[in-house]
Design a binder for this molecule. Structure first.
Ligand code: ZN
Length: 171
């Protein structure tokens, strides 16, 4: 009923989380109806983030440089690292202005059933940062889910004899 190009756009949009066929069709028709440069701005924005954005070499947060703005900020307290699952968690914690230290973004949570082992996450990098010294406290702010709790327990177990480990209740 639609042209192959429109069908393809709908199919791509349907792959986004929370977007069903009806919504995808509505978005596709919207993109067709607005001026070309407005539609292409979306495409360009997607291409740009995929080309420019990468993980901070120190903490794993999103950056377009070697280090993210938090790691590069000399005013941050370098003795405290807050461990989170995803970059979005950094964003919500930053909104509270309560954490003045650095972060470590794991890239997920341990989930043996789904085949997610420590090697699949940025765990070794965290141990390295702690081993390098200068860290006095690690705040575990993984999500209050089964996998988040398991990850916090695993990390607490391995870090407890080197630094103070605290669990941040979130949710
Ligand atoms: Zn960073």
């Amino acid at each position: 009923m639609l042209t192959p190009a429109v069908e393809n756009l709908v199919a791509q949009l349907t792959r986004l989380p929370g977007v069903g066929t009806r919504t995808a069709q509505r978005l596709a028709f919207h993109l067709l109806s607005v001026p070309t440069d407005e539609s292409l701005a979306l495409g360009d924005a997607i291409r740009e983030v995929k080309e420019r954005v990468r993980a901070c070499s120190e903490c794993g947060h999103l950056t377009e440089d070697e280090l993210c703005t938090i790691c590069a900020d000399s005013r941050r307290d370098r003795s405290v690292i807050c461990v989170v699952e995803h970059p979005v968690d950094v964003v919500s914690l930053e909104r509270t202005h309560e954490h003045r230290g650095l972060y470590h973004v794991l890239g997920g949570a341990l989930s043996p059933l789904d085949g997610v082992d420590p090697g699949d996450l940025r765990v070794a990098g965290l141990f390295e940062r702690v081993a390098r010294g200068g860290i006095v406290e690690v705040v575990l702010a993984t999500n209050p889910t089964m996998t988040g709790e398991a990850t916090a327990a695993y990390l607490a177990d391995r870090l407890r004899d080197q630094v103070a480990v605290t669990r941040l209740a979130s949710g």
